[in-house]
Design a binder for this molecule. Structure first.
Ligand code: SAM
Length: 239
């Protein structure tokens, strides 16, 4: 997976991504990351990339040309037109299924807006996907791009080792993950559920499945509607 990020703040992307699990995957060559500074494509004295919006209104807008040229530099380098994700609060809300789908791509370009956003004309020419990370407004697209890259990277084979495996995590099968406990067996008077100490794997699996269903029903009933449950499990919920 090759990530290309068009940004005014490349150091933010580089520092964030070269840390922890994604940093390890970059070092191993499972992921590659380039943060392209849009300012390098502003051919004016002060490397200015923003201007006032036509029609007035608050704030500045990123201009079309530097964004286009920075995108073109990637296309010229890789020799084809990759998918371009524009991070915007107006886009489709990001989720685990989208992460899985994006993980199948060889190259992904993330376009990070700032100020009031980006001139619509360049978006029309280069963007293939408009994605939001939630119904709130941030100051820039860098954090959303990193949220997406982090979650997509977890789907890239080899990025997670066995211990970090994502197979039973929340959202697999539209269920939230079961509660988990580590040592000591008792803390603040609270004991680890007996079944987890039993060493009986079938009973542990059964308990975890039940807990996942109970937790999803309580916290995310919207997900439960899409979950893959047996008739017996549905009947138990309805009781
Ligand atoms: N004026 C824009 C609007 O109302 O849609 C918001 C601009 S916001 C202050 C600046 C940039 O932050 C956006 O261009 C986008 O790249 C990024 N951004 C802000 N909130 C976001 C969100 N929830 N998801 C993805 N990107 C976001």
């Amino acid at each position: 997976m090759n990530y290309h990020v068009l940004t005014l703040f490349p150091e933010m992307i580089e520092n964030g991504m070269n840390t922890s699990i994604t940093g390890r995957a970059i070092a191993k060559g499972l992921l590659s990351l380039e943060a392209v500074n849009i300012r390098d494509f502003a051919f004016n004295k002060h490397q200015k990339v923003d201007d006032y919006p036509y029609g007035g209104g608050a704030g500045m807008l990123m201009q079309a040309e530097p964004v286009y040229l920075s995108y073109e530099s990637i296309v010229n380098r890789i020799g084809r037109k990759p998918r371009v994700i524009f991070l915007t609060p107006q886009g489709k809300t990001f989720n685990q299924d989208m992460a899985k789908e994006f993980a199948l791509e060889e190259d992904l370009v993330f376009l990070c807006g700032h100020y009031e956003g980006i001139d619509e004309r360049v978006l029309e020419e280069i963007v293939t996907d408009y994605v939001s990370i939630g119904d709130y407004v941030l100051t820039g697209g860098e954090l959303p791009a990193m949220v997406m890259m982090d979650s997509i990277s977890r789907m890239v084979p080899g990025v997670l080792n066995n211990q970090e495996s994502g197979e039973t995590e929340s959202f697999s099968g539209n269920l939230l993950e079961y509660p988990q406990y580590s040592r000591p067996e008792e803390w603040h008077g609270k004991k680890v559920p007996e079944v987890l100490l039993s060493g009986h794997h079938a009973n542990v699996d059964k308990w975890r499945r039940e807990q996942s269903i109970i937790r999803t029903a309580k916290w995310r009933p919207d997900l439960l509607k899409k979950a893959d449950l047996t008739n017996k499990e549905w009947n138990e919920i309805r009781r």
